[in-house]
Design a protein around this ligand. Structure first.
Ligand code: PXP
Length: 248
């Protein structure tokens, strides 16, 4: 079964719209875990627009001791320290997640919208991957379904890739869908053949997930935005159940 990692960024975004700690991100993580979520994902950014360093520390304390529940931190490894944000790699090293997903995002992006172009960034990225792996973390790279780039991900030692599924989701209901799905399928097959695990994420939802999860050996999906919207309508416990049922 493909693992479900619930991304809690949007709970933090709601919390940040007021003073105080409501909704409480850690309590929502606990609720998801109680309902059978396989992991918790957060994406801290230097501008702290949603997840703050304090959330990452508290979630690490909650999730890390629980066997078989994965803590995944995603973000730009080159994001520098800013005010009380210690820098991405520094925060990851302090909190030691099970998996670190490296993403080439910038503060000017509303959300992650492309994978790594390793032709130009492999040299800079390789030492970061090794540094985190030496500390026992699994390192995944956020990638477009581009076969040449996926070969480079393997060459610089990535344990996994996370396929960026935004274009797949955007093609839902159009005649482009099958071609885009097949690109992702080919990318996943190549990654598996090269010995990397395959994760996926972005804009996955209860409509488009089943088809994507038919990709053999898809190890994990991380889902936040649609999951949060579904939680408003059906309650978060039911939303975890609904996503898990589709992945089963
Ligand atoms: N993967 C990455 C790298 C992301 O940045 C995000 C959004 O934070 C997701 C997955 C989850 O995307 P969504 O919130 O659309 O489910």
């Amino acid at each position: 079964m493909t693992a479900l990692s619930v991304n809690l960024n949007k709970i933090a975004l709601l919390r940040n719209s007021r003073e105080g700690n409501y909704p409480n991100v850690v309590e929502h993580a606990q609720l998801c875990i109680d309902q059978g979520a396989d992991g918790i994902t957060v994406h801290p950014r230097p501008d702290q627009r949603h997840i703050r360093p304090s959330d990452v520390r508290q979630l690490a304390a909650l999730v890390s001791p629980i066997p078989d529940v994965e803590f995944n931190i995603e973000g730009n490894p080159f994001a520098p320290a800013m005010a009380d944000y210690p820098g991405f790699v520094e925060l990851v090293e302090e909190t030691q997640p099970d998996q670190c997903t490296l993403v080439p995002d910038g503060d000017d992006q509303l959300t992650s919208d492309h994978g790594f172009y390793l032709t130009s960034s492999a040299e800079q990225l390789a030492p970061v991957i090794q540094r985190l792996q030496k500390q026992g973390m699994r390192v995944s790279l956020f990638m477009d379904p581009d076969l040449e780039q996926i070969k480079l991900a393997s060459q610089i030692g990535a344990d996994r890739i996370e396929l960026y599924t935004g274009p797949y989701a955007a093609a839902w209901g159009t005649d482009q869908l099958q071609a885009i799905f097949e690109q992702h399928l080919a990318a996943a097959e190549l990654a598996t053949e090269l010995g990397m695990g395959v994760n996926a994420g972005h804009d996955l939802n209860l409509d488009n997930l089943t088809k994507f999860a038919s990709i053999p050996d898809l190890l994990e999906v991380s889902i936040g935005h649609a999951f949060t919207v579904d939680s408003l309508a059906m309650g978060m416990a039911n939303a975890v159940q609904a996503y898990r049922e589709l992945l089963a």
